[in-house]
Design a protein around this ligand. Structure first.
Ligand SMILES: Nc1nc2c(ncn2[C@@H]2O[C@H](COP(=O)(O)OP(=O)(O)OP(=O)(O)O)[C@@H](O)[C@H]2O)c(=O)[nH]1
Ligand SMILES: [Mg+2]
Length: 470
């Protein structure tokens, strides 16, 4: 059956979601990792915000991340959303009137998550497209997903978000609220569900495969003695900027929410141990569950670190910074995270000392402060505090022990020396004649080094093999 026929039947529903639903890949293509391209919602629209409280800054930032211009904001203070249209019908009518006076406004963004029926009814009441918070975040993720994994994750999250909307739309069709439920429609709908199920299965198995590869890499790094440090925290606090500042890299940094959706790992030099630093996707309060599930393995990458740098923006008011800290800690808790957590107050170049002090006090009196193992201020921009941050990371990693090896100088000991340069910190190497002396004499070699305690046994074994007579 041609998918387009199905879509045209659904198109008759004139509902929000079905306009956006594309036929999923049912070509039997075994390449699960191929992302199905879908038309994205246009950016740069004139929008209005609808909220049940005055806390709209984040919604505005989300809108601006898609280059939308916020023209107006309608607040209807109420404890609970209206079960039919989210905002009350009187308010909806008032907004509809306002919208008829400004025909450039094409979109209403709602500061919360809506039930499918509320979405449909509000769209009908206002006469413009309506997006709830989850859908808005999904749009941003879709825009910023550049790696194959992120794109598969977003597609999965998007399908999961849309299924209840499709169900609601069909429900409305059956109730006869909409025309277009033609003969054979049920059969085509069954076919649609079948396609969706197949596609979701393919996406899940493609993501599983990527997760396994990542898991393998992580175990290989662990075996090679790498320690893992991760930058985590709310979106837009400066995690990627800190990775750049600490590793001299140039990954994408933007004053927008969710610039980073995939993981970047770089070597962190200067700690006398092998350390990797990872930057990953940022958190947001009430993260849509569909995204949490789809991005599970990306987030897991950070849970499994030895040290977590939980980044906060010191220019946020303390109550907001603490809220963001709580969101971050709760999301980390989902992964049974046992890593040491250091709270990093970033952007201190943009705050005066009183503001920084107030933030410190707020953190010290935070009810979960004992879960943190330190707080310090830095600026990714001016590099202030980064040396102290490195020291702090160093003290959180296992201690180094000193060793001294005396070997005969042979090609085997030279190859051990080069292995030690890669896997430990070689402080000094001394060459000297051994007691055999004379022409062609074998010169001894003394190596002074520092290594992690867990490597002592391996080094002793290798040193023993160097001087073994074969
Ligand atoms: N003044 C100042 N601005 C900073 C500092 N660090 C980051 N920023 C700015 O904060 C904004 C966000 O920075 P990013 O590094 O992209 O933040 P992020 O946490 O990686 O954000 P997402 O990837 O979107 O979650 C950018 O405009 C940065 O230039 C800092 O130390 N001082
Ligand atoms: Mg980032």
């Amino acid at each position: 059956m041609a998918c387009s026929k199905y879509i045209s039947i659904l198109g008759a529903c004139e509902t929000i979601v079905l306009e956006t639903i594309e036929p999923v890949n049912d070509s039997g293509d075994e390449d699960n990792s191929r992302v199905v391209e879908r038309p994205r919602m246009e950016e740069g629209k004139q929008v209005i915000l609808l909220s049940l409280n005055e806390d709209i800054q984040e919604l505005k930032a989300l809108a601006e991340s898609l280059n939308h211009s916020v023209v107006d904001c309608f607040i209807q203070k109420r404890q609970k959303p209206n079960p039919r249209t989210y905002i009350g019908s009187g308010k909806a009518e008032e907004i509809r009137q306002a919208l008829t006076e400004d025909s450039d406004i094409e979109l209403a963004l709602v500061n919360g998550n809506m039930r499918p029926s509320q979405l449909f009814k509000l769209k009908l009441a206002l006469g413009v497209e309506v997006l709830d918070r989850t859908r808005l975040i999904l749009e941003i993720f879709e825009k910023n997903a550049h790696t194959p994994e992120a794109r598969l994750q977003v597609e999965l999250a998007r399908i999961e978000y849309e299924i209840p909307l499709v169900k609601e739309s069909l429900h409305q069709l059956k109730l006869g609220e909409k025309p277009g439920f033609q003969a054979g429609g049920e059969y085509q709908i069954d076919y649609y569900y079948e396609m969706i199920k197949t596609r979701m299965g393919k996406l899940r198995s493609a993501l599983k495969r990527i997760e396994k590869e990542r898991d393998l890499k992580r175990r290989q790094r662990g075996r090679r003695g790498f320690y893992q440090v991760s930058l985590v925290g709310y979106t837009n606090v400066g995690k990627s900027s800190l990775l750049n500042a600490l590793t001299d890299d140039h990954i994408l940094v933007e004053d927008r929410l969710f610039s980073t959706l995939s993981t970047t790992t770089r070597r962190l030099e200067g700690l006398r141990r092998q350390v990797l630093l990872t930057d990953t996707v940022g958190f947001i309060r009430n993260t849509p569950p569909t995204l949490l599930e789809a991005f599970h393995s990306t987030l897991e990458e950070s849970y499994l670190a030895d040290v977590l740098l939980i980044v906060l923006d010191v220019t946020d008011p303390p109550y907001l910074a603490l809220e963001k800290l709580e969101v971050s800690m709760n999301l980390l808790g989902r992964g049974d995270c046992t890593a040491l957590k250091v709270c990093v107050l970033n952007k201190c170049d943009a705050a005066d000392s009183l503001t920084i002090e107030k933030m410190r006090e707020a953190i010290l009196s935070w009810h979960r402060v004992e879960e943190l193992s330190g707080t310090l201020e830095v600026s990714a921009k001016t590099q202030e505090g980064l040396e102290r941050l490195m020291e702090e990371i160093g003290t959180r990693l296992p201690e180094l022990v000193q060793m001294e090896l005396t070997l005969t100088n042979t090609p085997r000991s030279q190859s051990l020396l080069s292995w030690l340069h890669d896997n430990a910190v070689v402080e000094k190497v001394e060459y000297g004649a051994t007691d055999t002396g004379g022409p062609g004499a074998n010169f001894g070699i003394k190596i002074f080094l520092e290594c992690e305690k867990r490597m002592v046994g391996e080094i002793q074994k290798k040193a023993g093999q160097v001087d073994k007579k074969w």
